[in-house]
Ligand binder design. Structure first.
Ligand SMILES: [Zn+2]
Length: 566
């Protein structure tokens, strides 16, 4: 057990003494626990060990209270698991297994939002983004003397950012040009959606107003927007301004000779917390059951975003740049080969001009030696979300959507995919990448890959009985049950594939088991798929990869045989 940063291994009585000692020494207002189950567990230990005066609480007669039981919920087809919640009188609990904002930011991020939402620390720690945004809006409504509808919307229905962008992508993208592009720049609009709301006055209380119904202010939609300032602007503008100030403070601190790391962490936490609220405010408008949402606002924001991206594209093209991809708030460009360098306008200058025209800051986000956009499987069209690129002047890659970024991918596959990216970067040669793949496959079949490298981590979406097909997850859950291990929906299960042909629980072994063998051909297939992602931008698919592997293998074996004979 770890207490205030020190690891303690001791008998129950000594553990309790150590916890009580740390509490007395620090007298904390906030208790951060890896899981709040530790609260009842410690008190049970105290009862069992006969330690009478143990208490986490600041109240003399109440040790702790249970606020809610463990539960499972479903949100946008994803099952979540929410642990039981506990209250310790006089202190705020942050349960690291059940917190969005503390996990995404830090205590400073949580406290910043506490001040804006007026929610208690403990509630803020387990609240969803939508829930906090609603609380901030209620504060604004209260300041304006406006009544708020009583019936709340269910915060579980709030879409996480990834889903949100996927669902709302449709309207305003320039599909990526599949392939590997050399020397690419990425330009991003700063907080595009919140800034559209504020600069265009998009707010439920002023859109399609009666007093200006003859106007069509929103491009392509014919909606009017009133001259009065909408309340959503009053909600978001202070948050945008605060985040801009915090980001400026971060830049100033970083430029100092001896930056204060504690202060940087505080600022980063606050900036991150505000970013989540700003990201959320757009998706929130799409929900008819949201307290403050209105679908027309959602449509209007989309319409303005499309107009802004088109304006940017035209200006960049006129300046001698070619747009290879545009999505949501980012535009990717390379130099237009048909334009001479002396006729090409500087990107910073263009970005400044676009910023002035659309009234939202366009920033130079990144420079890449090359970027590859991955086609969708079984199609030549570029996947909207899959790409990788080599950051200019840095060893790093920016990777989105391919196996190396997916949480379930075994370490071996991630490592080999990254090695292949290094090879591709160094050589631009598919053969070099295939050599790397060939080596990994050899190691797999030789049985020299450590099993820890092969562990898959999958989220369990329902109880065992709820599955109708014999998946690997089902096999893993059966093994877990056999060993009396409880795995709840929403939790992860970790296993190694032992024989993927089997339907029984022999198909996998759980990560903690003694594992003697693995299914090399299953992992080989996974490796080939991962390398297909790397080579697909160059026009390769897995059939060609297989063919090439088979061809290169035979001559090498023959060469080996000849060498030993002579
Ligand atoms: Zn009006």
């Amino acid at each position: 057990m770890s207490i205030a940063g020190d690891t303690v291994t001791a008998s129950p009585t000594d553990l309790l003494t150590a916890v009580q000692g740390a509490l007395d020494a620090h007298d904390p207002d906030v208790l951060v626990c890896s899981t709040s189950e530790i609260i009842p567990t410690l008190h049970e230990m105290a009862t069992d060990a006969g330690v009478d005066d143990f208490s986490l609480s600041r109240w003399p007669d109440v040790d702790y209270q249970q606020l809610a039981s463990r539960s499972t919920y479903s949100s946008y087809g994803r099952v979540g698991h929410s642990p039981a919640r506990y209250n310790v009188p006089g202190r705020a609990i942050i349960d690291e297994s059940n917190t969005f904002f503390y996990a995404e930011t830090n205590l400073d991020g949580v406290l910043d939002l506490v001040s804006r939402s007026k929610k208690p620390v403990q509630e803020l720690a387990w609240a969803s983004i939508g829930n906090v945004l609603t609380a901030i809006q209620i504060c604004e409504a209260h300041d304006r003397g406006v009544l708020v509808p009583w019936n709340s919307w269910r915060h579980e229905f709030f879409k996480p950012m990834g889903t949100l962008h996927d669902a709302d992508r449709g309207g305003f993208i320039f599909a990526p040009e599949v392939g590997l592009h050399e020397n690419v720049h990425e330009l991003d609009f700063s907080s595009l959606y919140p800034n559209i709301i504020c600069t265009r006055n998009v707010s439920p209380d002023v859109i399609r107003c009666d007093c200006h119904s003859d106007r069509d202010d929103v491009p392509g939609l014919g909606y009017s927007i009133c001259d009065d300032r909408g309340y959503l602007v009053d909600v978001l503008q202070p948050i945008i301004d605060a985040r801009d100030e915090i980001k400026a403070a971060i830049r100033r601190e970083e430029e100092r000779d001896d930056p204060d790391e504690d202060r940087l962490a505080e600022l980063e936490g606050r900036s991150g917390a505000l970013k989540w609220i700003l990201v959320a405010c757009f998706g929130y408008q799409g929900f008819s059951n949201a307290k403050f949402g209105r679908i027309e606002c959602h449509e209007a924001i989309n319409a303005y975003a499309r107009e802004i991206l088109l304006t940017a594209k035209q200006q960049l093209e006129a300046g001698g740049w070619r747009v290879v991809h545009g999505i949501v708030d980012s535009i990717w460009v390379t130099s237009d080969p048909d334009v001479d360098d002396e006729n090409r306008e500087d990107l910073e200058t263009l970005a400044t001009a676009i910023t002035e025209e659309v009234e939202i800051r366009l920033e130079h986000e990144g420079h890449y030696d090359w970027v590859a956009f991955v086609p969708q499987r079984e199609s030549d069209a570029g996947a909207l979300t899959k790409f990788f690129g080599k950051v200019a002047g840095d060893d790093g890659f920016k990777i989105r959507g391919i196996e190396a970024r997916q949480r379930s991918t075994p370490p071996l596959i991630k490592d080999v995919q990254r090695d292949c990216l290094d090879r591709l970067d160094a050589t631009r040669s598919p053969d070099a990448v295939l050599d790397c793949l060939q080596n990994a496959i050899k190691r797999l079949h030789a049985g020299t890959v450590p099993v820890e490298q092969l562990v898959k981590r999958n989220r369990v979406s329902k109880p065992l009985e709820g599955y109708t097909q014999n998946t690997q997850n089902v096999a893993a859950l059966k093994r877990a049950r056999e060993q009396d291990l409880a795995v709840h929906p929403g939790q992860d299960i970790e296993y190694v594939v032992v024989d993927d042909e089997k339907n029984s629980r022999e198909r996998v072994a759980l990560a903690h088991e003694e594992i003697e063998s693995y299914d090399a051909s299953y992992y080989e297939t996974q490796l080939v798929r991962a390398i297909e992602s790397v080579l697909a931008p160059l026009g390769w698919d897995r059939r060609e990869i297989r063919r090439e592997l088979a061809e290169t293998q035979i001559p090498k074996l023959t060469a080996f045989a000849n060498a030993t004979r002579s």
